[in-house]
Design a protein around this ligand. Structure first.
Ligand SMILES: [Zn+2]
Length: 714
């Protein structure tokens, strides 16, 4: 009987929902500027994405049915560049909401449409008529005479079709299509398992005494979190921004162990285990690469990156490992000695839930410096204003905050100039040139919530591009982060690392907003992935320079700048355990490349056991074996970074080198800023990344500045 009632209710809900979807109303296809987020409700996803696929398919069919003697650059290549806009825009919104406002309803709709979206993209590969017309056009006189960016668009289009297998026999292309669809679904499930297993664990602490050692701001955040869950006391979760602090500061070893062991379950245990997904995804990627004529998936993925192939990327990582190894060994040895003295025992292997804690204690002992001392100087609002001021000094631009509009009630509309947002916390800014011309928009979604994916990222919410009629379409960027929120007693005060995160994502934002390339697919941050982290990472340098820090680092109560003594300690402690930090990143990069460049060693075998051997010199030997990050490594299994994690280090070589040019002229030099904007930030993918780099620096990159900056020199 109960079941019957539920079924009736379910039917009524569905019926009501079906009624509420207005006919001929397609908010996800509206492409408004500003975007009407309040109209983008889950119930419209299915009809709108279906229509977006239909419209995009119609555009493709039009190109594919052109008479063979009537092919022009405009009706083939440019038309193709724009053909999938309806779906790109609409699905872009759905994906964004999936990462920031995840709910059962939204996820259900997203996952229902995902295979159809993947199928649509995969079908382009099977479209013989389309590929024939592109090839025939490429032989015409008009094509032979194309210059500059137009020629690059044609070449890139031809390359990308060949790269995905357009010239292969149909049977093989059909198999690639199947693989692409399968990978997209498995990657989505992988990411969901990470989010869900992280959310599945929580631990309440009643007595504040148990939290001894934790910075007071973290204690406040844990208390507010408990309150938000209708609970007394303090709530510890696996949100990395607070669990990381617990591992670093919590004196209660038992509690630290508990959190550590819980963190090991992310993506590992049923019902959230990613084991089978990892095996499947690797196997499918390898099969795809081989069908496409590459020896490895890494070779396939890196063909058009700066590294060009998997073995160059792997040698890069291994050579950095060899140079870093002795500093890493020294760091661990120092930490073991320190721990022995600190605890009063014989020197022995570190315990896993002790590394972060002891490292923090050692930093304090060596430099009399605790990074929490900096937090009062980094009030969120000041840091954001500081970001904008640094951008103003370097490039002359201004960001102006706009009133926003958020509602949970369908039908409510914003009044006046208010800009709709997807959550009440989201802020919106407009960027202007110094002479007043509009550049683009920027959303900022700063704080964590359960419905939001962890980490920080910038997404290109709207691409900048030039229309056929000469109209410039302005770009919009979105910064999403999970930074320390405010509490009842204190405003949002950031750690120095969080300030760096904000500067990093802001660097991507400037790359996106400054793009002046007329084709969206080559504009802004749409560049080679081992180059794209240059604009972001170079901004992190400004978090270490007195001149730029003085702009925004002001004590939230007294307004004073960071005292000289504290600043000196911060700089002195900057490279504390930097050998270990560098090796940690290299370990992720090596793991990623091992799986994608040497798959034959991991097929049908115990992946973890194999990695344990290979990564031996990249990892600390602890008192017990700690599994690698593989089953929760969203970057490479749930995102697009497979065979690409090395890009962070690759681009770090570039940013450490290029920042020296800023330093030589004064870090806030407008002259160097303008040159960086003109030669790198505004040029998107209009030329090869190494050409852009040489244009700015006048030479090839030098690896030494990275080691010098990291203190990894004798
Ligand atoms: Zn980045």
């Amino acid at each position: 009987m109960k079941q019957f009632v539920l079924m009736v209710l379910f039917f009524i809900c569905n019926f009501l929902e079906a009624e509420q979807v207005k006919k001929n109303y397609h908010p996800f296809l509206a492409d408004d500027d500003p975007i009407k987020w309040h109209t983008l409700l889950p119930k419209y996803i299915e009809p709108d994405i279906s229509l977006a696929i239909e419209l995009s398919q119609k555009n493709i069919d039009e190109i594919a049915s052109l008479p063979l003697n009537k092919l022009t650059f405009r009706n083939t290549i440019i038309a193709l560049e724009k053909a999938t806009d309806p779906l790109d825009v609409a699905w872009g919104y759905v994906s964004h909401l999936d990462s920031t406002c995840n709910s059962e309803e939204l996820r259900g709709k997203h996952n229902k449409m995902l295979p159809r979206v993947a199928e649509f993209s995969a079908n382009i590969l099977l479209n013989d008529a389309l590929w024939l017309r592109i090839k025939i056009f490429a032989e015409t006189e008009e094509a032979q005479n194309l210059q500059g960016i137009d020629k690059k668009l044609l070449d890139d289009t031809l390359d990308s079709f060949r790269d995905i297998g357009a010239d292969l026999p149909r049977k093989q292309r059909e198999r690639i299509k199947e693989i692409n669809i399968e990978i997209s679904q498995k990657a989505q499930k992988f990411a969901e398992n990470v989010l869900d297993s992280r959310n599945a664990w929580e631990r309440y602490v009643d007595n504040v005494e148990e939290l001894k050692g934790l910075p007071s701001i973290t204690v406040d955040v844990l208390r507010e979190d408990a309150k938000a869950h209708d609970h007394e006391g303090y709530r510890i979760s696996l949100n990395p921004s607070t669990s990381g602090k617990c591992m670093q500061y919590l004196e209660d070893e038992k509690l630290r162990e508990e959190i550590f062991r819980a963190s090991l379950t992310v993506g590992c245990n049923d019902p959230y285990s990613n084991q089978k997904l990892v095996e499947d995804i690797l196997r499918l990627k390898d099969e795809k690469a081989k069908i496409l004529g590459h020896k490895t998936y890494a070779d396939y993925a890196l063909k058009r990156r700066m590294a060009k192939n998997g073995s160059t990327a792997l040698s890069f990582v291994e050579s950095l490992h060899d140079r870093t190894r002795k500093f890493f060994v020294r760091d661990i040895d120092d930490l073991e000695i320190f721990r022995a003295e600190f605890v009063g025992i014989e020197k022995s292997r570190l315990v896993p839930w002790e590394t972060s804690y002891m490292s923090e204690k050692l930093r304090k002992a060596r430099f009399d410096f605790d990074e929490e001392q900096l937090r009062p100087y980094f009030q969120l609002e000041n840091v954001i204003a500081g970001l904008f001021e640094v951008a103003n000094r370097l490039y002359g631009i201004k960001f102006v905050e706009q009133p926003t509009f958020f509602t949970k009630n369908e039908g409510d509309t914003p009044s006046g100039e208010a800009i709709p947002v997807w959550h009440e916390d989201v802020k919106y800014f407009k960027a202007f040139e110094e002479h007043g011309a509009y550049i683009g928009g920027l959303y900022m979604d700063i704080h964590p919530r359960e419905s939001k994916h962890a980490g920080g990222w910038m997404s290109s919410t709207k691409n900048g591009y030039l229309d056929g009629d000469g109209t410039w379409h302005y770009p919009t960027a979105t910064i999403c982060t999970n930074l320390t929120p405010s509490t009842e007693d204190t405003p949002s005060l950031l750690s120095h690392r969080e300030v760096e995160t904000l500067f990093h994502e802001f660097g991507h934002t400037l790359h996106h907003l400054f793009g002046k390339v007329k084709y969206a697919s080559m504009n802004g941050a749409n560049t080679a992935w081992d180059f794209v982290e240059l604009p972001s990472q170079i901004m992190e340098n400004f978090c270490w320079e007195r001149e730029s820090l003085d702009i925004f680092a002001k004590h939230f109560e007294t307004g004073e700048k960071i005292p000289e003594e504290l600043f000196r300690k911060m700089i002195a402690a900057k490279n504390h355990m930097s050998g270990s930090g560098m090796m940690g990143q290299l370990c992720f990069a090596k793991l990623d490349l091992e799986l994608h460049q040497k798959y034959e060693n991991y097929a049908n075998t115990d992946i973890e056991g194999q990695l344990r051997q290979v990564l031996g010199t990249y990892r600390i030997t602890l008192s017990e074996y700690v599994p690698t990050i593989t089953l929760s490594f969203k970057h490479i299994f749930g995102g697009g970074y497979s065979a690409g994690y090395y890009s962070y280090k690759w681009a770090e070589v570039l940013d450490a080198d290029a920042f020296n040019k800023f330093k030589e002229h004064g870090v806030l030099s407008r002259e160097v800023g303008d040159e960086f904007r003109e030669k790198i930030l505004s040029r998107g993918d209009s030329d090869e990344a190494d050409v852009l780099y040489r244009d700015f620096m006048g030479r090839d990159p030098d690896i030494e500045p990275l080691f010098i900056r990291s203190g990894l020199v004798d």
